[in-house]
Design a protein around this ligand. Structure first.
Ligand SMILES: *Cc1c(COP(=O)(O)O)cnc(C)c1O
Length: 524
């Protein structure tokens, strides 16, 4: 039991509350409300429909909307797409300008990219280094042809809170539609679509202890807001979202939201206290920083950047914690988090970031253990080799090939050679980019007799450098010059996303070739 990692990734998704599971189970079997809620001819269908409508009211209540404003979707991704594509396509002849920010979720950013292909013009606001989009920035971006402003209430990577109310009133005053992605804020902050003048609000169940695969778009009713649907079929959800309503998902969604409405006043201060406890356990580690505004932040998300420790290596060393790097799927990604980059972090710092996110089921004991483990690993990785990403006892993570894993344990070839006429050096990359490689080779009879490297980089970059340090032995200058990173990539099974880092390695080898001592060529 104690060998199960501690789950601190509640911003990616949450465990479903047992009360939600029970409610969902009662909608599946022959004895339950399994019938198609659109089948009004018989009692089974009418009972299923009653449960769907009750859930609709429960979802609406959490955001102070009327039940008829709720359109069920498959989640916040679809809700964001329906809001943006639906509104922009409806109004394409009237206005074509959209305002959003660079730190939105990909479901908003990629929908905006699609709208650009369809002829819209999109302004991507750059938030302050705190991560917050200022009302004044939005005001300055509005144009006579602005149709819609789309902003998240809480950022999923760093947890900062935008001032949705002020931006909503600004938009309403200017006749501009306002869409809010509330996937990370529903149930974690008070939301009131009336008070905050929100025209379109995206919701999801699974970030709030409900099931995955269900969410909603909450749409203003008066005056009526036009939307073009994304899909066509049986005409459910007023023709805006065709498809048989998934009763069990919807009932789970409603139950999760009604539990959250009751539990908010207890959960929010408790989770905020746990986050403070966790930050308190880490804050005095040299070189650690908390990302985002220190005050205007949601209770459950703590994003920390650790200078001087390679991010992927830290994640590997923390295999007993289920945590995220900068963004949900970043672990085998070469790209540092675009959110942290937009806030002015260098690639290296953006890569050395952990997102710790807490939920209803997180305990003080788990937070205490996590704090101890994170501190211990940072200290240990720094003590081993200050600039290295080597992780001597990296667990056997199946995302790395056996050859990469073998090399990470001992890192053969790590080190340096004393200066001598027969030693050629080369280096490439730099720390701020997140990969830096230094190579030294000793040459005898015009061939590599010994090779050493030092590097700061991800485990793949280190394993590849280690591999080259051995593969280079016995090569002459021309052979070394012809060395190609693709060979290391295929031997080590490096994913394409990491190829850029191997190019840095190749650059270091090329620099060695340029520094190859001309005199050694003539020795015996
Ligand atoms: C998780 C998330 C989404 C996507 O929600 P799904 O229901 O998983 O599609 C959208 N926006 C934000 C801010 C999120 O955190």
């Amino acid at each position: 039991m104690s060998s199960r990692p501690i789950y601190l990734d509640n911003a990616a998704t949450t465990a479903v509350d047992p009360r939600v599971i029970a409610a969902m189970s009662s909608c599946l079997g022959a004895d339950g409300d399994f019938a198609n809620p659109s089948s009004a001819n018989y009692v089974y269908g009418r009972e299923a429909s009653a449960r769907v409508e009750r859930a609709r009211a429960e979802v609406a209540a959490l955001v102070n909307a009327a039940p008829e404003q709720i359109l069920f979707t498959s989640g916040a991704t679809e809700a964001n797409n329906l809001a943006l594509l639906g509104a922009a396509r409806f109004h394409r002849d009237r206005s074509r300008h959209i305002v959003t920010s660079r730190t939105e979720h990909p479901a908003v950013l990629d929908a905006c990219r699609q709208l650009e292909r369809e002829g819209c013009v999109v302004t991507y606001l750059k938030p302050a280094p705190s991560g917050i989009v200022a009302v004044e920035q939005v005001a300055a971006a509005l144009r006579p042809d602005t149709l819609l402003v789309s902003l998240m209430q809480v950022n999923n990577e760093i947890g900062v809170i935008n001032d949705i109310g002020s931006i909503g009133r600004l938009c309403r005053g200017n006749g501009v539609l306002f869409h809010v992605d509330a996937a990370q804020s529903a149930g974690k902050l008070p939301i009131d679509v009336q008070r905050d003048a929100i025209d379109l609000l995206s919701l999801t169940a699974h970030k709030l202890h409900g099931p995955k695969g269900i969410g909603a778009l909450c749409v203003r009713r008066e005056p009526r807001l036009g939307l073009v649907p994304l899909q066509f079929g049986g005409g459910q959800e007023r023709g805006l979202r065709s498809g048989t309503l998934p009763t069990h998902q919807i009932v789970g969604f409603g139950t999760a939201y009604s539990i959250a409405r009751e539990a908010m006043s207890v959960d929010i201060p408790r989770i905020a206290g746990l986050r403070e406890q966790l930050w308190g356990a880490l804050a005095d580690i040299p070189g650690i920083e908390c990302n985002g505004d220190p005050v205007r932040r949601v209770a459950g998300i703590l994003s920390v950047t650790v200078d001087g420790v390679e991010g992927e290596t830290l994640l590997l060393a923390l295999a007993d914690l289920a945590v995220s790097s900068g963004s949900a799927c970043a672990s085998l990604h070469a790209e540092p988090s675009y959110v942290l980059r937009a806030l002015g972090r260098s690639d290296r710092l953006a890569q050395s970031t952990l997102r710790l996110s807490l939920g209803r089921f997180t305990t003080a004991r788990e937070v205490e253990q996590a704090g101890i483990r994170i501190r211990a690993e940072i200290v240990r990785l720094r003590a081993g080799e200050p600039r290295s990403g080597a992780c001597p006892d990296a667990p056997d993570d199946p995302r790395y090939s056996p050859e990469v894993r073998r090399r990470l344990h001992a890192l053969p070839g790590w080190g340096d050679l004393p200066d001598a006429a027969s030693v050629a050096r080369g280096r490439a990359g730099n720390l701020e980019q997140g990969t830096e490689v230094a190579f030294a080779v000793r040459i005898e009879r015009n061939r590599v007799a010994e090779a050493r490297f030092r590097a700061f980089g991800c485990p793949h970059a280190l394993a590849a450098a280690s591999w080259v340090a051995e593969a280079a032995l016995g090569l002459d200058c021309d052979q070394l010059a012809a060395w190609d990173w693709q060979e290391a990539a295929s031997v080590l099974g490096v994913p394409p996303a990491k190829f850029g880092r191997l190019l840095t390695l190749q650059d270091a080898i090329r620099a060695v070739v340029r520094n190859w001592p001309s005199t050694t060529g003539s020795t015996v």
